[in-house]
Design a protein. Sequence first.
Length: 204
Amino acid sequence: MNIPPSVSRVMTRIQQIQAHIEQLDGEEPSAPPAAPPQSFDAALQSAGVRMPRNLPSLAAIQPLSPSALTMRALPGGNTNDYAALIQASANKYGVDPNLVSAVVQAESDGNPAAVSRAGAKGLMQLMPANETEYGVTNPFDPEQNIDAGTHQLSNLLSQFGGDIDLALAAYNAGPNAVRRAGGIPPYPETQEYVRKVRGLMADK
């Protein structure tokens, strides 16, 4: 059978290609040369992305230090922010709203998230026992906290014949301490607390 020269040349070329492929199959493929590292700024530039001139280079931006990420306590608020709640609770329990407002300011400086070392919480610094006694489910809720704190003040005023100083001393140190002392207990903290609240009331 006579094969035309053009077909013969094609077949020869196919055989050469097959032989070359078989030779390559026995070799490990070589990895492409690694590109030199490129900064993010340079990559943006090479991609044709234009950054505003007033922005600093990304390389110049420093990460935040751990101290910069430290959580800070919430700042104190303003008792005026809770005036409506204070007035409502004062009316409900028959307590002077200026007294309630002064206690809020003295106890937490108007910070509803305040927590003392002793475990008192919220605007009027309710202790866990008070939360249970007055049915508080969330001491950090201003409405619940003010309602319970005002209710407690009302009860203490009743126990001590309407004497505001003794009620405040009992709010700070506990009613048993007031009874044992026959008046304001000789605790510097409690005595200062009564003076402070009285002073805040006078400023209202």
